[in-house]
Design a protein around this ligand. Structure first.
Ligand code: GUN
Length: 296
C-alpha cells in the first residue's frame, strides 16, 4: 500500500497508474508476438457525460498501447440499428472488446443489446453470463467498477475476511456484483437500498463501506464507523459544476482508516480495470493464458 494512502485519503489515481503500468508491459509483451488488443466503443446519442467518459477510456487505451475505435450513432437510432452495429463488431476478428456506453437514449432497452455482445468480447462484464459468473465463482471478464474496488482493497492490504461489509445501492452491475465479490472474499454482507428502513444503523456497523447510490451526500460523515474503509462510487455533477460523491467526505475522513475521494478515487480504477479486461479478452480469444496483475 506504499504511497496509496495519505492522511487517510486513498489515492485512486496512483493505484490506477500502477495497474496501467502492468497492463502496458503486458501489451508490449503481446506486441512482440504480433498481438495488439483492440476495443470498440459504441456511443448512441449525445449525452455529454458519455462523450467525456468514452474519450477518457480511449485516452487510457492509447497510453498503454491498446487500439481503440469509437462508433457514434445518432440519438434517433433504432434498437435494430444499434444491434446491427454490435453484431458487425462481434463478427470482426480484429476486435477483442466491445463496450456499449450507457445510458442509451430513452426507448432503447439496454439489457437485450448488452446481451448482443458476445460474452468473450464483453469487456464491461455486463453480459448476463458474465454477471452470473461473478455469483457462481469467478468470471474471466467481471464488471469494472466492483472489480476495480476489489483490486484496490487488495493493493491497500485491507483484510475483508470476517469483516462487516455494507454496500449501499443494488444496481445489477455495481451494488449486487460488489456484494458477491465481498462475499467471495469472506466478508459478511448487507446490501442497502432506497427501501432500507435503518440505513444509519447499517452504516454504523460497516467496517468496509461501499456507497454506489448516486445520491450526493447520502451518507453523513458522522454515521461512518471509526476505522472503516470507505469506497465512494458516487459521481454526480452539481449545479456549481463540481463532482460530488455519495459520502460527506470532509467529516467522514476524520473517522475512517481510508476513504476514496471523488474525483480521483474509484473512477480511475474503473478505467484501469477496463484495460485489464480488454487485454484479458484479447488473450482468451487467442487461447493465451490471461495475465494476472501482481499485488502492488
Ligand atoms: N456508463 C457509466 N459507467 C459506465 C460503464 O462503466 N460502462 C458503460 N458501458 N457505460 C457506463
Amino acid at each position: 500500500m506504499e504511497g496509496l494512502l495519505h492522511e487517510r485519503i486513498i489515492n485512486g489515481r496512483e493505484a490506477a497508474r500502477r495497474v496501467r503500468a502492468e497492463v502496458a508491459s503486458e501489451v508490449a509483451r503481446l506486441g512482440a508476438q504480433g498481438v495488439v488488443p483492440q476495443v470498440a466503443f459504441v456511443r448512441v446519442g449525445d449525452d455529454p457525460a458519455s462523450a467525456i467518459y468514452v474519450n477518457a477510456k480511449a485516452r487510457a487505451c492509447a497510453e498503454v498501447g491498446v487500439r481503440s475505435s469509437h462508433l457514434h450513432l445518432a440519438a434517433s437510432s433504432s434498437e435494430a440499428e444499434v444491434r446491427r452495429t454490435l453484431e458487425a463488431l462481434a463478427a470482426d476478428e480484429d476486435v477483442d472488446g466491445i463496450l456499449l456506453q450507457l445510458p442509451l437514449p430513452s426507448g432503447i432497452p439496454d439489457l437485450q443489446l448488452l446481451n448482443a455482445i458476445p460474452p468473450e468480447k464483453d469487456v464491461d462484464g455486463f453480459h448476463t453470463l458474465n454477471l452470473g459468473a461473478v455469483v457462481a465463482g469467478r468470471g474471466p471478464l467481471e464488471p469494472c467498477t466492483p472489480a476495480g474496488i476489489m483490486r484496490l482493497i487488495g493493493m491497500l492490504g485491507v483484510e475483508v475476511r470476517g469483516k462487516e461489509a455494507v454496500v449501499i445501492g443494488r444496481s445489477v452491475v455495481v451494488g449486487r456484483m460488489m456484494a458477491s465479490m465481498l462475499l467471495r472474499a469472506d466478508a459478511t454482507i448487507a446490501v442497502c437500498h432506497r427501501h432500507t428502513a435503518a440505513l444509519r444503523e447499517h452504516v454504523a456497523r460497516a467496517e468496509v463501506l461501499v456507497v454506489a447510490a448516486g445520491v450526493p451526500g447520502l451518507v453523513p460523515g458522522a454515521w461512518v464507523r471509526e476505522g472503516a474503509w470507505v469506497f465512494d462510487v458516487g459521481s454526480t455533477r452539481m449545479p456549481d459544476g463540481r463532482i460530488s460523491g455519495d459520502v460527506e467526505f470532509a467529516a467522514a475522513r476524520e473517522r475512517v482508516a481510508g476513504i476514496t475521494p471523488v474525483p480521483g478515487g474509484i473512477g480511475p480504477m474503473t478505467i484501469a480495470q477496463l484495460l485489464v479486461n480488454t487485454v484479458t479478452a484479447a488473450q482468451l480469444r487467442r487461447g493465451l493464458v490471461p495475465f494476472v496483475i501482481k499485488r502492488a
